[in-house]
Write a protein that binds this ligand. Structure first.
Ligand SMILES: *Cc1c(COP(=O)(O)O)cnc(C)c1O
Length: 223
């Protein structure tokens, strides 16, 4: 089933949109099934689960971290992670930079914005980041590379609500791009869209969709 799911999904997603296969709660065998179809980008949202699975899987997998990240766990991801999509505070970004410097890596990051109604969803508010990128503190962070933004819409059937939240995230991206990253060709990612809302997200300008259930099937518990 996984193979068919993946094929169906990739045929529906335009070429310019990257797919992150969200493998949280799923076993190594399921991940290999997707990998052997030629797909190499996977997402996980728990540090422990990721570092348990990663050594058992091919080293050319690009791992995206998509969950809330505690600063004391950054050091475990830095050796191998390709992107941390869920940077939700300046303190976390500083910690990633510090560890990356220590381990001699440059870590790709997305800034996670709070766009949903739910208070539980992590993320920056736009006012918190606005002036940060012109600060010396940011300019001195040589071991993190900000590639764009990430967000999660409210979990609801109300399509217009979801659409307006995605529009909001795209506006944040556009404003940051214009003000702080206009010379930076690598600031170009808008990560939005999951199983239930990726079509709307793509219509609203997503460049990365993060999809779990539509590939691997439903998870036994919502994590
Ligand atoms: C679980 C998760 C996804 C994927 O969810 P599905 O609904 O299974 O596609 C995407 N993004 C984040 C941040 C997640 O935690």
């Amino acid at each position: 089933m996984i193979k068919e799911n993946l094929q169906k999904l990739t045929s529906e997603i335009p070429d310019y949109v990257k797919l992150v296969a969200v493998s949280k709660t799923k076993p190594v065998g399921d991940i290999l099934e997707v990998y052997h179809e030629g797909h190499k980008v996977f997402g996980e949202n728990k540090v422990q689960e990721l570092i348990d699975k990663q050594p058992h899987l091919p080293t050319d997998i690009n791992w995206h971290f998509i969950g809330h990240l505690q600063r004391n766990k950054v050091k475990f991801l830095v050796p191998f992670i390709s992107m941390i999509e869920s940077v939700d505070s300046q303190r976390l970004l500083k910690q990633i930079n510090k560890e990356a410097l220590k381990q001699d890596r440059i870590i790709n990051c997305l800034l996670q914005f709070h766009i949903a109604e739910e208070t539980s969803k992590f993320g920056f508010h736009f006012s918190e980041v606005k002036d940060f990128f012109s600060s010396e503190t940011f300019k001195n962070m040589k071991n993190v590379k900000i590639k764009g933004v990430m967000g999660m819409a409210t979990f609801t059937d109300d399509e217009e609500k979801v659409r307006s939240e995605f529009k909001q995230l795209k506006r944040y991206f556009d404003e940051l791009k214009k003000k702080y990253f206009s010379d930076d060709d690598e600031f170009n990612e808008v990560s939005m869209g999951m199983t239930n809302d990726y079509k709307i997200a793509i219509e609203e300008g997503s460049t990365i969709v993060r999809i779990g259930s539509a590939i691997f099937g439903p998870r036994s518990c919502q994590l």
